[in-house]
Design a protein around this ligand. Structure first.
Ligand SMILES: Nc1ncnc2c1ncn2[C@@H]1O[C@H](COP(=O)(O)OP(=O)(O)OP(=O)(O)O)[C@@H](O)[C@H]1O
Ligand SMILES: [Mg+2]
Length: 291
């Protein structure tokens, strides 16, 4: 069960911080699967690293770990003094279950195992000093999310969504869970927001438009930005060259950089911050009854 006494950005009472050298731990979450969390996490990690910050990316999707593939790292981590050295790619330190189990192995974990593996990813990995550690979560609300919120002081969670209503319904559920375990909500990223035709330049809103921003408004949370749906972003993920490093001059890369800047601002205290828990829970409840 989540520690009722935990509060924003602080380790819960009686819990030792397993990663004292890390300044800001930011979870990348989503209500639904396949909305682009891992893509956003990989590109944001690279974008933050490109600003000169020290960045880590922990693939906490123990069931479907994609980060090594998306970051182009095939070689597993080395060990030092009985601890694991994170793999480095594009200047970002990475760890993932994909490094530790054979490719085809089914990943079926019970709750206590999830807790143990996650703990090992913090306690047994030599993260060193980091400005940001991004955590790529599995979709929805489950053991990983709950364990994580108990284990390390989270600076906050961002939520990735596609713009259509059915995805937004899940966003509100996910956000309500983070609020319940006292994790500050840093804002919403709308992915696969629109498509610009490479031939005629026409813009098509495949999953409708602006849903992420409307949800953010309704809940009183920052809207962090929208990313277009674009074959180059998908290719970047498949080939292990995130668009932000593969084509830094592209508008898609600029969209990710913009979100990274907003995160940096939020972490330095210049952002709007998260609204008080009671008011947010009330808004989430209202938004369900209004629809
Ligand atoms: N903006 C985008 N444009 C085009 N393709 C995208 C975009 N964002 C993500 N994709 C592609 O969509 C697929 C799903 O993305 P991704 O794996 O990042 O989602 P996810 O939310 O992490 O999924 P899961 O819930 O399974 O962890 C991938 O093939 C990815 O390359
Ligand atoms: Mg993923």
């Amino acid at each position: 069960m989540p520690d009722e006494h935990a509060h924003s950005g602080q380790p819960s009472q009686g819990t030792t911080n397993l990663i004292p050298g890390v300044k800001h731990v930011i979870a990348v979450s989503s209500g639904k699967g396949g909305v682009g969390k891992s893509t956003v996490a990989a590109n944001l990690a690279c974008a933050l690293s490109l600003t000169g910050a020290k960045v880590g990316l922990l693939d906490a999707d123990l069931y479907g770990p994609n980060i090594p593939m998306m970051m182009g790292s095939t070689k597993g981590p080395e060990q030092k003094d009985g601890k694991i050295l994170p793999v480095e790619s594009y200047g970002v330190k990475l760890i993932s279950m994909a490094f530790l189990v054979p490719e085809e192995a089914p990943l079926v974990w019970r709750g206590p195992m999830v807790h143990q593996y996650l703990q090992a990813f913090f306690r047994d990995v030599l993260w060193g000093d980091l400005d940001y550690l991004l955590i790529d979560l599995p979709p929805g609300t489950g053991d990983v999310q709950l364990s994580l919120s108990q284990m390390v002081p989270l600076a906050g969670a961002i939520t990735v969504t596609t713009p259509q209503e059915v995805a937004l319904y899940d966003v509100r559920k996910g956000m309500a869970m983070f609020q319940k375990v006292n994790v500050p909500l840093l804002g919403i990223v709308e992915n696969m927001s629109y498509f610009v035709c490479g031939h005629c330049g026409e813009r098509t809103e495949i999953f409708s438009y602006g849903g992420g921003e409307r949800a953010a408004e309704k809940l009183g949370l920052p809207f962090l930005g929208r990313i277009p749906i674009d074959p180059a972003i998908r290719e970047g993920g498949d080939s292990g060259h995130p668009i932000i490093v593969a084509d830094p001059a592209s508008p898609q890369a600029a969209a990710f950089r913009d979100i990274a800047q907003k995160l940096i601002a939020a972490m330095s205290g210049a952002g709007e911050g998260s609204p008080p828990i009671e008011s947010l829970l009330k808004k989430i409840k209202q938004s369900f009854t209004n629809n």
